[in-house]
Design a protein around this ligand. Structure first.
Ligand code: WTA
Length: 632
């Protein structure tokens, strides 16, 4: 088992070692896993191509370490607990032995469909235990999974499937969320109609048993194919640098890119961070309420906890169903020890008042986690006081899809906590702040652009099918540095606070969105001439989506707004629908024709008085008219 930090002195010592001799440090951690063949070298890297390799020529299999490795002493321990959307429905659980058997059956079924090492599989499933099983089954046979968040549209599935050239899609029939019963298979059907030519099989898990359309050519039922398989399936021997998974995420330009993670480094880092950030102890019940469609779910529902031999709770539903006490009811029911969620959920629940958390016994909670977006002071205090009763330290964990695992965080009971500060780097992480010219800012009490100096085991290796895009996006802004795209502040004592994105990426309810992506979707409406999208402060979502739209041939009314929203939902998914649509006659542009988003951001944020210099604008007159029509 990877090292678990004991106290502040231990953290400082480990951190020092990890910076002074990263290879030795990670070698020691990696040795706590199973290597079918030892690696020859710990790390090779440069940030110019970029090329990063960890545990070179080592052979392993992450599903083996998640499952088989625990069977001698944890076969009967619960690996996954599953809580359904309906509180009155049957909850289920899987011991490590049961999970092993189910994963093997699924892996054998995938093999029967001709899926093998390196083949890409798209997964579009709600938060069912089968989703975790599918991830591990892919890992077991060396297939590369790419989970598409179950709220994305058919177009989004088709784009990702085509980019990954996936051979298979795995989905369910429907998705139960709160009062809703959302069609899932029907969305895949539509995706298959508009693209997905590489797909040979669609494997469908029956969740609700609702009606579905069926194509005998490609569709196969899970219940016909999986349960009758053998519960043994040898774990494929993977090279540490073989592809493990692709996860698509939004950037400041173009379509979402496929962030590539590889097997060995991801295994070591997801487990190491899980054990340390949550201070997981044997017997604890750990719950991360994220969706497996995002990196947090990959690393902190499935891989990190299972690698660490933990009991990980999965929840199918939403925080406000049947009422705003559901999270706390579930915490009480399972005596959850570590609870990990997003600020947007905390803010939404806070709005329902203190009586909900007060109704439940939350005394089991030892650690509270926050992830995905900046947590504001008010939400931090509410979480700390009303949920943790001042006794459960909050770990405000910072990381990105590209990072694979948590980068900056307090350590509960070990380092102090300060509202809104993600605080300290994990051992092995060397964050620095630079100014816009890339010069390192060494003093404390400053703001700067957040970069990382040295690779860690689960840094992204490439963007699928387009290495140049990876170089451009993360490694070309500043020489020899990984650039996060985030701005950060460092206080007097060296704690880091993440301020937010400095590029055209916005974070809406913890969902990462590219403004260009939303604009492209809006522009699909035939009556839209041009649009510009910016983020603005939103009390619950963190950031809301504000769209400025130019159209000449339509009545500029709510009907038109609805149509635009429908187009965005079709192109990306309902989560990308603008909160505000303002019709404008022009957009502020520089002489070279670039939209000056700074101006639009200020107007949307009700800070028009702080717009600043407009002398480089080609059409400064539009600014006044946009200001007149502002909608927030
Ligand atoms: C933001 C989510 C402030 C940040 C795990 C980053 C945060 C983006 C925090 C990545 C935090 C994540 N405090 N901001 N604790 N955690 N972010 O790829 O802007 O969906 O760049 O990964 O979320 O989002 P992603």
């Amino acid at each position: 088992m990877t090292t678990q930090i004991k106290d502040l002195a231990h953290y400082k010592e480990l951190y020092k070692q990890s910076v002074e001799n990263p290879e030795q440090f990670w070698d020691k951690e990696a040795q706590t896993f199973t290597w079918f063949e030892q690696y020859d070298k710990v790390c090779e890297w440069n940030f110019t191509e970029p090329k990063v390799k960890w545990f070179i020529n080592g052979k392993m299999n992450i599903s083996y370490d998640c499952l088989d490795r625990h069977l001698p002493d944890k076969a009967d321990q619960v690996a996954i607990l599953w809580e359904p959307n309906e509180p009155t429905d049957q909850a289920t659980s899987y011991t490590y032995q049961e999970l092993h058997d189910e994963v093997c059956k699924c892996a054998n079924a995938l093999k029967n469909f001709g899926i093998g090492k390196g083949d890409r599989v798209i997964i579009y499933m709600p938060m069912l235990a089968e989703l975790a099983i599918v991830l591990l089954a892919c890992s077991r046979i060396g297939a590369v999974h790419s989970v598409v968040y179950c709220g994305f549209s058919a177009q989004a599935i088709a784009d990702r499937t085509d980019d990954a050239q996936a051979k298979m899609i795995i989905c369910s029939d429907y998705n139960k969320r709160g009062h809703k019963n959302i069609p899932v298979k029907a969305v895949v059907d539509e995706a298959m109609n508009i693209g997905c030519n590489s797909v040979e099989t669609v494997l469908v898990h029956k969740n609700t048993g609702g009606e579905v359309n069926w194509s005998d050519d490609v569709d196969r039922w899970w219940h016909d194919e999986v349960p009758n398989q053998s519960p043994f399936c040898a774990a494929e021997e993977m090279d540490a640098e073989d592809l493990h998974f692709i996860l698509y995420t939004s950037g400041s330009t173009g379509k979402p890119k496929g962030v590539v993670h590889t097997c060995g480094g991801y295994m070591v880092y997801s487990c190491f961070t899980f054990r340390n950030v949550f201070q997981y102890k044997p017997g604890d019940i750990y719950w991360c309420s994220a969706d497996i469609g995002w990196i947090t779910g990959h690393s902190y529902i499935v891989y990190g906890p299972l690698l660490a031999g933990a009991s990980s709770l999965m929840f199918e539903g939403v925080p406000t169903y049947p009422d705003a006490g559901r999270f706390w009811e579930v915490c009480e029911k399972y005596k959850v020890n570590q609870f990990y969620t997003a600020p947007t959920a905390i803010r939404a629940l806070m709005a329902h008042g203190d009586s909900f958390p007060a109704k439940y016994d939350l005394s089991s909670i030892k650690v509270l986690g926050s992830v995905g977006e900046p947590i504001n002071e008010e939400a931090w205090h509410w979480y700390n006081d009303k949920v943790g009763k001042g006794k459960a330290p909050i770990v405000d964990t910072y990381f990105q899809t590209e990072n694979g695992g948590i980068m900056i965080t307090p350590f509960p009971g070990i380092t102090d906590t300060k509202p809104t500060y993600a605080s300290y780097p994990m051992p092995g992480i060397q964050p620095i702040l630079v100014d816009k010219d890339g010069k390192e800012i060494k003093e404390n009490n400053v703001e700067g652009l957040l970069c990382i100096k040295h690779p860690w085991p689960s840094i992204l290796r490439t963007t699928y099918g387009d290495h140049e895009r990876c170089r451009q996006t993360y490694f070309s802004t500043f020489k020899n540095l990984y650039f996060t795209g985030d701005g950060a502040r460092r206080d007097e004592e060296g704690r880091l606070r993440i301020i937010g994105r400095v590029d055209d990426v916005i974070n809406v309810s913890g969902h990462r969105m590219g403004t260009a992506e939303v604009e492209n979707a809006i522009n699909e409406h035939p009556s839209v001439i041009e649009s510009a999208v910016v983020g603005y402060p939103h009390p619950i979502k963190g950031q809301g989506i504000y769209a400025y739209v130019i159209s000449v041939d339509k009545e500029l009314n709510d009907e038109f707004r609805k149509e635009i929203n429908a187009v965005v939902a079709r192109e990306i998914g309902p989560i990308a629908k603008p909160d505000v649509i303002q019709f404008v006659t022009g957009l502020p542009k520089t002489r070279s024709g670039k939209i000056m988003r700074r101006v639009l951001r200020k107007i949307a944020s009700n800070e028009a008085d702080k717009i600043g210099d407009l002398t480089t604008l080609r059409n400064p007159e539009v600014v006044e008219s946009i200001k007149q029509g502002v909608l927030v």
